[in-house]
Design a protein around this ligand. Structure first.
Ligand code: SF4
Length: 252
């Protein structure tokens, strides 16, 4: 039996695999994965995407299912309205949620990140699939990025970023509908634009942010920006369920 074990690299915990030696970004070309669990992830992602996109437009008992109107301090969770005087309930719910997510992460690791986080779902199940559809698998994408600018390359990149912008625009509209509500959003997109310059500008700013996140930032959101991602560094231990290379075991 081969008992050779790869010794832990001295600095593997101190360096980001997504950065080169000088700290510059190393662009990732993830290989497509297939299999039963991926099929389950895709099925869960479809259900969550439908729920996420439908959230502000589905009404129950005269209320939207969800509303997070921070401007007018009106909040609706699962069709139940919460007013500012009810906020102690929200605070209580948030504390419960934080305790739950902490314990859940200690035991089950990054299950939420891989299966339910909107960042992952949109990135891997929407934007990445479009990228693969237009530019090809990971080797074709590497070749395309390294190739000189030709008409074909410009057409592919233009098409990809055009579709990315359209989807970012759709996400921005949904996001806005969560904040201002379905009816106000409908007025915003159907009324004379001159009367809604602020609202439309906000919509464009959100479109730009979502485009930036999914076209450029990508994994940087997880390893640098997301507070939950940062917290995981202290929540996970060797008994947590994590998909990662096992340096202690090495190669069998
Ligand atoms: S680290 Fe944050 S943004 Fe990234 S997948 Fe997890 S929850 Fe989502």
């Amino acid at each position: 039996m081969n008992t050779h074990v790869i010794p832990p690299q001295p600095d593997f915990r101190d360096t980001l695999p997504t950065a080169d030696a000088s700290g510059g970004r190393r662009w990732l070309y993830p290989r497509g994965i297939t299999g039963r669990l991926t099929q389950w992830r895709e099925a869960v992602a479809v259900v969550l995407l439908i729920a996420l996109l439908a959230g502000p437009f589905v009404w129950v008992d005269g209320h939207p299912l969800f509303l997070f109107n921070v401007l007018e301090r009106r909040f609706i969770f699962f069709g139940v309205p919460f007013w500012p005087q009810d906020f102690y309930l929200v605070a209580f719910g948030l504390v419960t949620f934080v305790v739950f997510i902490t314990l859940f992460t200690v035991v089950y690791g990054r299950v939420f990140c891989g299966w339910a986080c909107p960042q992952t779902i949109f990135m891997e199940m929407v934007f990445r699939k479009i990228e693969v559809w237009i530019e090809g698998d990971y080797t074709a994408r590497q070749r395309l990025d390294a190739a000189p600018w030709t008409t074909g390359k410009m057409a592919k990149k233009g098409l990809k970023h055009g579709v990315f912008l359209l989807i970012s625009f759709a996400i921005s509209n949904t996001f806005l509908a969560y904040i201002i509500g379905r009816d106000a959003w409908l007025t915003l997109v159907t009324d004379n634009p001159a009367g809604h310059v602020g609202g439309l500008a906000t919509m464009l700013v959100f479109t730009g942010i979502f485009y930036l996140v999914f076209a450029r930032l990508r994994e940087i959101v997880c390893n640098t920006i997301c507070p939950y991602g940062r917290l995981q560094g202290v929540l996970l231990d060797k008994n947590s369920l994590v998909v990662a290379y096992d340096y202690i075991r090495g190669e069998p």
